[in-house]
Structures are given as C-alpha cells and as structure tokens.
Design a protein around this ligand. Sequence first.
Ligand SMILES: Nc1ncnc2c1ncn2[C@@H]1O[C@H](COP(=O)(O)OP(=O)(O)O)[C@@H](O)[C@H]1O
Ligand SMILES: [Mg+2]
Length: 375
Amino acid sequence: MASGLHKRYRGGQGATALDGFDLEVPAGIVHGLLGPNGAGKTTAVRVLSTLLGFDAGRAEVAGADVSRQPGLVRERIALAGQYAAVDELLSGRQNLVLFGRLHHLRPRDARTRADELLERFGLTDAAGRSAKDYSGGMRRRLDLAASLIRRPQVLFLDEPTTGLDPRSRNQVWDAVRGLVADGTTVLLTTQYLEEADQLAGRISVVDAGRVVAEGSPDELKSALGADRLEVVIRDGALLGDAAAVLTRITGAPPHIDPDQRRLRVPLLKDRVETLTATVRAMQEAGITVADIGLHRPTLDEAFLHLTARHPADRPPAPPAPPRPPTAAGSTPLAGYSPSTASSPAPSASSPSSSASPSQSVSPSSSASSSSEVAA
Ligand SMILES: Nc1ncnc2c1ncn2[C@@H]1O[C@H](COP(=O)(O)OP(=O)(O)O)[C@@H](O)[C@H]1O
Ligand SMILES: [Mg+2]
C-alpha cells in the first residue's frame, strides 16, 4: 500500500512527519496504525487519502496510485475522523440524506441508503432528532455512517474514539466491527492500545514517522517474548538473596525493582514447576514471599518495548542514559502495576490499562513523542 514514504512539512520547524513509512494492508480487515501523539499517523492517513502531497516514496490505495490517480483513489475511499462533519441543525436522517444527495444519489436512493445506515449504526430511534442533541458516541456513529454513503472499498478512521467516554467508545467499536463484515477495509489510527487490540486484525506500530513493528495483536505481544515469573518479597534487604535463588532455579538473573521489592525473570518452559520450585526455595532460604505470579506480556508492554527501542532514529530529544541491552524490555516498565501487567488482554484490559503507558514511559523514554501517548 505504501513504500518508503517521506513527508516533511514546510514552514514552522519543518517537521519530518513520515520518514520511510512502509505499509501493507490486506483487504477486508481492520488494520490498526498504533502510535503515540506526533508519530505521523494523521500525516500517513492524509497522504494515503490524497489530501496531502508527499516528498518521496510510492503509495497505492484500493488499486489506484495515490500520486498519479488521485481522483480514482478518492472515488474508492472514505475518510471519517475525530471531527464530525455533520450539520448540527439537521436530524440524523436529514444529514445522511443530504450526504447521499451530495454524492449524486437520486432522492429515493439517498433515503433508502440513509435508512440502511441508521439501522446499521443503531440510530434508527434517534433518526428524527437533530444532531445537536446526539451524544458523542451517536455523533461519531453518524459521522461514520455519512462516510459510508458510497460504500467505499477503504475507509480511513483517524482516532475515531478520541475524547469519547467508555460507553460511546464501545458503540463506535461495535460500528467499526460491523464494517468489516461487509468487506470494507478499514485503516484505523489510534493511540489506544486497547482499541487496537479490540478492533484490529493486524497492527502497525508507528513511531517517529515509520513503522517499527507489525503483526497481529498476539504476535506483537509475543514480540516481547516469554512469560515472566514475578516475585515480590516482604523484606527488601533480602533482594540479593532472592535474586540468587531465582538465578539458580531459572538459570537467568532476574530484573530487580527495589522500590517494589519485586524480581522478574523470563520463563521459557516449565512455568508451573518453576513457580512451585521458587516458592519452596524461597521458604528454605528464609525469604518471605509477599506475592508471586506468572505474567504474560500485554500489548501495552509490547508497545512500550517497540517504541522505546530506536532512540537513535528519533528527532533530537533531551539526553537520556543509554539503556543496557539486558534491560531493554524491562526498563520502560518500571512502575508497572502488577494488575496491569497480569491482565490477559483483551478481556481484562480496561480504559485505565491503556492509559498507564504514558505514566511509565515518560520518565524513562528519551522520546519526546512517547511522553504524550495518552494525551
Ligand atoms: N500542518 C503541519 N505543519 C507542520 N508540522 C506538522 C503539521 N501536521 C503535523 N505536523 C508534525 O508532523 C509530525 C506528525 O504529526 P501527525 O501526523 O499529526 O501525528 P499523529 O497523527 O500520529 O499524532 C509531528 O511532529 C507534528 O508536529
Ligand atoms: Mg493524529
């Protein structure tokens, strides 16, 4: 879909927004473009939807070349976003009929299509009310419906749930899920991990204008590798002893978080056996275990891991101490709450879990962009 895209904004500071952006989106799925604020997601969407020119690279959308056939691209796509394009004074139904007319549908077809879309997005009951009385979630859904009047092959959704309360967000999620059932390909940008996890079949993680990782939510989670054994001990003075015990049992030195009196070590095999052996060995060594558990990496962790891994590629940022390779996976996670780390996404993930990376990333990341994740 896109290869080697470069885009630098003129004027101002002349930010490089896309810096070798590559993207391949299979048809008929929701593809998530996940990245912190300023990563280049909106720029990518605007370039791919022909709203913005680019400096280098090649892009093709719905079988048409973005620079040579922009008209064809526009015929085949639709764009919906954070800022609803609906008319406040008109009813939901009138808005959709108007959009249909603007897209040259005959009056009768415009009405039929409006009713189909109202039904589809659960707005039939509210169809006669004026849009200014709609909730945030209803407006977003109406905006989505308006963008679908012409049955686009590819729909671009730029942060469709930013600023919505959890209930409205769920309504929009349901609407997006419904789109794929019709064979619409959706490119959805989000800075919410949970959203990508819930909706996207594939995710491209974007950071500093390029894709830094790609895969299914599960693949991204496993990019972090193994499950971990986490042990919290009661007496911080015994952390060294506890580390020695863990090293002996697992064969790897644990990462130690002195503030939380927590030790963490990756486990590749024999998970349960290792856990029980650890409990026993700690007891024998006279170390009181306050908490122990096995934790699977979450998408949050994968995201932090991935966006914190390319410090050299970033725009100039305040200097940060170089990260030793052994700590690459664990350093950004300092301060992680066990409840977040242990949540087996997606079912147990919550709005609070998707907001937490900003808290843990800001002190340890050198990235100016990453510190704004959950803004
Ligand atoms: N119109 C613009 N003029 C100058 N710089 C811009 C403009 N729009 C975005 N940028 C810069 O380009 C980079 C990427 O922005 P954007 O694509 O909006 O990121 P995202 O949507 O991921 O938050 C940022 O550094 C941003 O400040
Ligand atoms: Mg944006």
